[in-house]
Every structure is written in structure tokens, then in C-alpha cells.
Design a binder for this molecule. Structure first.
Ligand code: MG
Length: 203
């Protein structure tokens, strides 16, 4: 399986990092070694002093497809969950300044913890999904899928022009404002549509 991710999909987050708003989705990938499941802990790596949490809605691809048009895109994801797109902001900043790729900042071991996944049918309105992240019991990030620049169907269609999507692939759809560093001992809890979806510790 592969993990695809969209960057800069919420205006308030673009502004907090003083990035330009893209005219097309910003896309990057993470390998399967980035995945953490079942509330396993995240081990803080020693190569960065500024690992940021980015809470994101994650789509799970249900069947293989490429060149999917937006009107049929909803047939290609069948489950929804949450994930953290952990980002070594210090490394990413240096890469951005030099116009270099982001892999060591975005795709390192354990950089993609994900929650359990729920069937799409359990949600009444995919364009109005509230989600938030609590760190040590305090709300750090709040988002709603209605605030995305590129919606789920557009993202699936866009990605499928470049990458064949396969059942089990995961798509991170971008983070809202409020990103900040995590530290050893933090407990991260993610909520989607009022349901607790994951709870894990930084070790
Ligand atoms: Mg992100």
C-alpha cells in the first residue's frame, strides 16, 4: 500500500506558515514504514527538534482506479478515518528554502499514525465533517471538511491522474490551522464527527 498526502488544503493553515496558496494540489507520498496503527506510540526521532502534529481526515481507497473523473470519485473510497501527518518542520523549512524535496521531513518512520476507519455510509454529509485534535486534554487543532480548498472527490480524481490508486491506499487530505511541536510524554487524541478515533502517546 502507499500513502498519498495533500498539502496546503486549508487557507488558515497556509496563512500560519506564510505559504502561497497553490493553484493545484500540493502532493507528496509516504512509504508504508511511515504507518502507525492501533494506537501504537510515536517514537520521537532524534534528527529533528521541531516535529509538528498535523491532524488530517484520511480516506481509505476501496478499489483500484486511475484517471477517475470527479463525478465517479466517491466510488473509490469506502472508509474514512483520521491521521497525523507528522512533519519535521525544521528539516522541511531548510528544504523549502533550497527548493529541495520533502521526504526526510515528511516520510520518515512513524510519520503517519492513523486511526480506525469507519464506513463512508456512517457519515451523513462528507462536506461537513468536524474533526479536532487534543494534546494532553487541550484542543490544538479544529477543522471541518467544508473548509478544504480541494474536496475529497477532486483530490481522488487529481491523484489518480498520476498514481494508480489501489485498495488499501490511504489519502491524507490536509491539515487545518494550529500545527505545533510535540514532545515526549504528550498524549494525542483525535475526534471525527464527535467520535474518539485514536489516542496515542509520544515516546
Ligand atoms: Mg499535512
Amino acid at each position: 500500500m502507499k500513502i498519498l498526502a495533500i498539502g496546503r488544503n486549508y487557507v488558515a493553515h497556509i496563512q500560519e506558515l506564510q505559504n502561497e496558496q497553490p493553484t493545484e494540489p500540493v502532493v507528496f507520498l509516504k512509504p508504508d514504514t511511515a504507518l502507525i496503527q492501533n494506537n501504537e506510540p510515536f517514537y520521537h526521532p532524534d534528527f529533528s527538534h521541531d516535529i509538528h502534529h498535523e491532524i488530517e481526515i484520511v480516506l481509505r481507497v476501496g478499489k483500484e482506479g486511475k484517471h477517475i473523473s470527479p463525478e465517479f470519485a466517491a466510488r473509490y473510497y469506502d472508509q474514512i478515518g483520521l491521521g497525523i501527518d507528522f512533519t519535521a518542520r525544521d528539516i522541511q523549512q531548510r528544504a523549502k528554502e533550497k527548493g529541495l524535496p520533502w521526504e526526510t521531513a515528511k516520510a520518515f518512520n512513524g510519520s503517519a499514525p492513523v486511526s480506525k476507519f469507519l464506513p463512508v455510509a456512517e457519515f451523513t454529509d462528507l462536506k461537513n465533517l468536524d474533526f479536532h485534535l487534543e494534546v494532553n486534554g487541550e484542543v490544538r487543532q479544529r477543522g471541518n471538511s467544508g473548509l478544504m480548498i480541494y474536496d475529497f472527490d477532486f483530490i481522488v480524481s487529481y491523484l489518480s491522474r498520476f498514481f494508480t490508486l489501489k485498495a488499501g491506499d490511504l489519502i491524507f487530505t490536509g491539515t487545518p490551522a494550529g500545527v505545533a511541536a510535540v514532545k515526549i510524554g504528550d498524549t494525542l487524541v483525535g475526534f471525527l464527527a464527535g467520535k474518539e478515533m485514536f489516542r496515542f502517546e509520544v515516546k
